[in-house]
Design a protein around this ligand. Structure first.
Ligand SMILES: Nc1ncnc2c1ncn2[C@@H]1O[C@H](COP(=O)(O)OP(=O)(O)OP(=O)(O)O)[C@@H](O)[C@H]1O
Length: 412
């Protein structure tokens, strides 16, 4: 994080990345003094509603974040920025997306949590678009031209007003991660009356174990254990706000719909009588570690892995087998995960895998055959990316084994 004072004093000369969050109501003109170096501009968490028309003078600008501001329109000046590839305007009040605001070279467009009712057909000209985040808007349809975005791999359209499943997404040859829950065409959430319920004061809440976009997870133990669950459990208290994957309540709905599988964390009980929804689940032992890290700005739609991380081919084959088994289970439940990534996978030293994060899950059992098949093809593509990533982590001496060849052959 930088300060306006540093910028005005000329202390930031030569920086490639600038981050200012000081309640700004106007774009500070001093930013132009960084034009020869600035590549990433983060003006999130201010009170901006406009950007200067001559923003293109920042001629190296590749990434702009303006989340949590007061924009009502996506600024048209973005379209003039010759190098701009990533645009993030989450949680503004954007109603209008002018065609000219979208640079043709855009790879990653984030418009989550705005008031957008329609997107321009221009979107079809964004031939490099890989990631498109539209959850939490007022969309009633998607532009037909979206079918031209042949590079699109990840799409979020949850929590909108789509009256029917947008068939246009079925034509996207690379689409692998789709989330669409929380639209009028979606199946209604179920009461899940048969699912075990507990009262909030049945539990002691302990330390925070982690924090996802949709809620906070703590260790918990029982004051009163009506269903005879394990003594130590985890509790996720869901936040109310829409996330980039959709509504937290749709995540909860998916958790309550998946039953049990050895490679998923078992949901144990729902907490009733509280203002916020909460779910009690099995506590993941501390020796489980994340298999991958979420994509970087550069990798965009693909996970990144820790330098030096490697596995023998038998372990990798075990990961793939377990992952396939969960995907098949979810398919039987009529749920697409929508975020099948190694960063949502935990593994222990014995090679056991746990697949988590149902934030982007969508129920699709009620859709027609060709739509269901299209959705299953997408999840299959995500599985291929997972296999490809795992093979990339294979130790050198196992790269000529039969097992490696068999897995690689499945990628086609
Ligand atoms: N059952 C559990 N037992 C122990 N720790 C857990 C459990 N569930 C989640 N956690 C911890 O909490 C973190 C957040 O989990 P959660 O599934 O909500 O979000 P995420 O998938 O990591 O993030 P996001 O939803 O933002 O993509 C996990 O990375 C993990 O460290």
């Amino acid at each position: 994080m930088h300060t306006l004072a540093q910028l005005q004093a000329g202390e930031l000369h030569g920086v490639t990345r600038l981050q200012l969050a000081e309640g700004l109501t106007h774009f500070p003109a001093e930013i132009f003094s960084l034009a020869d170096s600035l590549e990433i501009l983060d003006l999130s968490n201010n009170a901006l509603s406009e950007l200067p028309d001559d923003l293109h003078r920042l001629h190296r600008l590749k990434v702009i974040f303006c989340s949590n501001n007061r924009f009502r329109q996506l600024p048209a000046c973005l379209g003039q920025c010759a190098e701009l590839e990533m645009i993030g305007f989450k949680s503004n009040r954007i109603e209008t997306v002018p065609a000219e605001a979208l640079p043709v070279q855009t790879r990653w467009l984030i418009l989550t949590d705005n008031l957008i009712a329609a997107l321009p057909e221009r979107i079809g000209q964004l031939h490099r678009l890989q990631k498109l985040m539209l959850a939490g808007n007022c969309l009633t349809e998607l532009p037909g031209s979206l079918s031209q975005c042949h590079q699109l791999q990840l799409l979020r359209i949850s929590a909108n007003r789509l009256p029917q499943f947008p068939d246009v997404v079925l034509d996207l040859p690379q689409l692998s991660w789709l989330a669409f829950s929380g639209n009028p065409f979606c199946a209604e959430r179920q009461p899940h009356d048969a699912f075990p319920q507990v009262a909030a004061d049945d539990l002691y809440h302990h330390e925070v174990l982690g924090q996802g976009a949709s809620g906070v997870i703590r260790r918990a133990s029982w004051r009163h254990n009506p269903h005879g669950c394990s003594e130590q459990v985890a509790i996720k208290v869901f936040k109310g706000d829409v996330t980039s994957d959709g509504y937290p309540l749709d995540e909860l709905e998916a958790c309550l719909s998946i039953g049990q599988h050895p490679n998923m964390v078992t949901p144990l009980a729902r907490v009733t009588g509280e203002l916020q929804e909460a779910l009690v689940m099995e506590l993941i032992p501390a020796d489980y570690l994340n298999l991958g890290q979420p994509p970087s700005l550069a990798s965009c739609t693909r996970d990144v892995f820790t330098a030096g991380q490697s596995f023998d081919i038998a372990t990798i084959s075990g990961f793939v087998e377990q992952m396939e088994s969960v995907v098949a289970h979810l398919r039987q439940c009529g749920i697409s995960h929508g975020d099948l990534y190694a960063h949502n996978v935990l593994v222990n030293p014995a090679g056991h895998l746990l697949f988590g994060d149902l934030g982007a899950a969508s129920r699709y059992h009620h859709l027609v055959d060709y739509q269901r098949q299209g959705i299953e093809r997408m999840e299959q593509r995500a599985l291929h990316c997972f296999i490809e990533d795992m093979l990339g982590l294979c130790v050198e001496q196992d790269r000529h084994t039969e097992l490696y060849r068999q897995l690689a052959a499945r990628l086609g």
